[in-house]
Design a binder for this molecule. Structure first.
Ligand SMILES: [Zn+2]
Length: 407
């Protein structure tokens, strides 16, 4: 396989997580009698442009099915993040009536509704029907498609270039990152701004966040790699901020290459930190598999010990990252009998691969388990506050990453 960005041959493996089904392919009871398709989950490093990427094997259309169950508005902390972002952008760049904001991967409209409330024209681009329906119910126009250069050209021709293009947690999920980035160029007004948020590869390596690797997540991005991808598309990164979301993310600010706005010193600061850490050296990527294996082994030992001691463990949060960890570790319902999730669209279904049932939170009050294994560790504090009542029976919280932690 060659690099999705610079086409250099890929020879360095970052991690090999075996095979697993797409992480969002939740099963219904009737699917349990059928086999599941498993795909290899291997991540490679380009030693030329340092883009870290999943191995090719399938098309995005197969992964993002019409039933795709993730609704952004089910996470209160993410919704609050969206409200803060909107305020910040409106204050900093003075958007108002007459501006056009386009969000790529607009999901259920959890973000654009804040712009709409301020009288700013919005357009969402979202291929998933169930979330696009929800956004339209809020009054947001949605183009039901994957964003690409050809879609962006159609927008430009119809006079719909944006003052602000937003891509929150969508850039890493794009199979053809060059085409998507050329689309950003086409859909942007001459003085427009792009903001993209994505989990920072640097934090992924530092925090051993191997469970954030799944098939739909094609790229693991650093500022080092994104700057090169932007340059090749006639764009430029002029500012960057570090965010705590998803275990440590970057929000990059882009503009046309010919836009003369000054570059913020933080661009060089983040680039230097990446360089010092070694993101441009092959050795930096070579110890990651062993680190992930230690975490997997510790979780398995913990679950087996609790089973032997007759103590119950219940999972919380049927997120994509939980599926990577559970499937890689080979955990099944004998070790983790169920996982609770607040999303009604997931309840009553089963996790892909492990086939662990997804249930409502009511089971925790009913069964009073000794331990709650929090799978989306990035929401750990929010979930611990919400489930504080388990302290009534001396229940404890467990997270597996960056190391097994029981509190
Ligand atoms: Zn490359």
């Amino acid at each position: 396989m060659n690099c999705r960005h610079c086409k250099a041959p890929l020879r360095l493996t970052f991690i090999d997580l075996g095979t697993c089904p797409p992480s969002n392919a939740y099963l219904k009871a009737c699917d349990l009698n059928a086999p599941e398709i498993r795909y290899p989950l291997r991540v490679l490093v380009c030693e030329q442009c340092w883009l870290v990427q999943t191995q090719d094997y399938t098309r995005s259309e197969e992964l993002f099915t019409q039933d795709y169950a993730y609704f952004s508005s089910t996470s209160p902390s993410w919704v609050a993040h969206a409200a803060r972002y909107t305020e910040n952008m409106i204050q900093r760049f003075q958007y108002g009536p007459g501006s056009l904001v386009i969000e790529l991967g607009s999901n259920d409209g959890y973000l654009l509704k804040h712009f709409l409330d301020r009288g700013i024209e919005c357009l969402g681009v979202e291929p998933t029907a169930s979330t696009a329906d929800a956004a339209e119910r809020l009054g947001i126009s949605v183009l039901r498609d994957f964003f690409s250069e050809s879609l962006a050209l159609k927008l430009a021709v119809s006079g719909r270039q944006a003052d602000l293009i937003i891509g929150n947690n969508v850039y890493a999920h794009v199979p053809d990152i060059n085409d998507f980035t050329k689309g950003l160029k086409q859909a942007l007004k001459p003085k427009g701004i792009i903001t993209l948020e994505f989990p920072h590869l640097l934090r992924l390596i530092q925090g051993a966040q191997f469970d954030t690797i799944y098939h739909e997540h094609y790229s693991y991005l650093s500022l080092t790699s994104v700057i090169q991808i932007f340059q090749a598309a006639g764009l430029r990164v002029w500012d960057v901020s570090e965010l705590s979301t998803h275990g440590g993310s970057l929000r990059i600010y882009g503009c046309h290459a010919e836009d003369d706005r000054p570059e913020s010193p933080t661009v060089n600061e983040v680039l230097s930190e990446e360089c010092r850490f070694g993101l441009r050296r092959s050795e930096t990527y070579q110890g990651f598999q062993a680190h992930a294996d230690r975490i997997k082994d510790d979780l398995l030992v913990f679950l087996i010990e609790q089973k032997r001691a007759g103590k119950q463990v219940v999972g919380y949060g049927a997120a994509a990252k939980g599926n990577t960890l559970i499937n890689y570790a080979g955990v099944r319902a004998d070790l983790l009998p169920c996982v609770c999730d607040a999303a009604v669209s997931k309840q009553g279904k089963y996790l892909p691969g492990s086939r662990i049932p997804i249930v409502t939170e009511a089971i925790i009050r009913k069964k009073k388990p000794s331990f709650i294994l929090i799978l989306p560790w990035n929401l750990r504090n929010e979930i611990m506050d919400q489930l504080e009542y388990i302290k009534a029976w001396d229940g404890q919280f467990v997270t597996a990453i960056p190391q097994l932690d029981v509190v």
